[in-house]
Design a protein around this ligand. Sequence first.
Ligand SMILES: Nc1ncnc2c1ncn2[C@@H]1O[C@H](COP(=O)(O)OP(=O)(O)OP(=O)(O)O)[C@@H](O)[C@H]1O
Length: 299
Amino acid sequence: MHPVVETQGLTKRFGPHLALDGIDLSIAAGEIFGYLGPNGAGKTTTIRILAGLLQPSAGRAAVLGLDVVRQRDLMQARLGYLPGNFVGYDDLSGEQYLRYLANLRGGVEWHVVVTMAKRLDLDLGRRIGVLSHGNRQKVGIVQALMHHPELVILDEPTTGLDPIIQREFLGLLADVRDAGGTVFLSSHILSEVEAVADRVGIIRDGRLVVVESVERLKHRAVRRMDLTFVGAPPLEVLSSVAGVREVTSSGSTAHLAVEGSTAKLLAVAAPHGIEQIVTHEPDLEEIFLAYYERTDRLA
Ligand SMILES: Nc1ncnc2c1ncn2[C@@H]1O[C@H](COP(=O)(O)OP(=O)(O)OP(=O)(O)O)[C@@H](O)[C@H]1O
């Protein structure tokens, strides 16, 4: 079976600027793939090429086994797509706009639209022009999913959604996967995609620096922790634990950077009397750091 998304040496230049530098990706049917990277990394450029809206400068991309340049129309008919800057038509209500798009697609099951709107707490009767950014984004999400596409590509879909709606939205994506569909979503925040993605790819400066399962990525990540002790923090003991990268202190609190599991550290620290533990979720930069430091060591 063809991968649902496949790129080989995908490259995009904007004048002298190299926005994508030889991206090789392969995503299988039924996967939720998170495409992560900081601002300007090349996520939108990749997505626009996959959606057939931008031509690569070199390399190739195929979606659902169809070349995104030569077989663009066929490919787009089977795709659901939410652009990063979704706006819709201000003068139409959500319902009018979605019916219009549904007609262009040759009809959709309207009850699917109504159910999704309910789940996302979207009022379909309101004019798009008066909707908040988050509510507009919900219209964009519904139009991307309403026709049960085989592949859904979403560019920063959670922008503007509150946490409860975000969770509901991730549930919709899980439903797509459970029905055999494939999801490709971009984000610059790991925690947004880690709950739902099977694998993630991290792009930085136009290069794919790592592709792996969320579990392995988290394991590789450097996590920051603050351990407050009853007395003075045992800094030397803490520094000697495998995986502990940095140790500083203020008063009775030790500030640590830990790679991988924190179980060993906690076991060693516990006999010294821990009063409080604060764990900070690893952010993307810290994951990059861990990744680059590891490749440096291997080099
Ligand atoms: N049309 C364009 N003309 C010139 N440069 C562009 C164009 N589109 C994107 N770029 C540049 O290509 C690089 C990648 O941009 P891209 O929008 O793909 O990043 P991104 O990862 O989606 O970032 P963000 O999270 O900020 O949207 C950036 O340096 C950007 O300035």
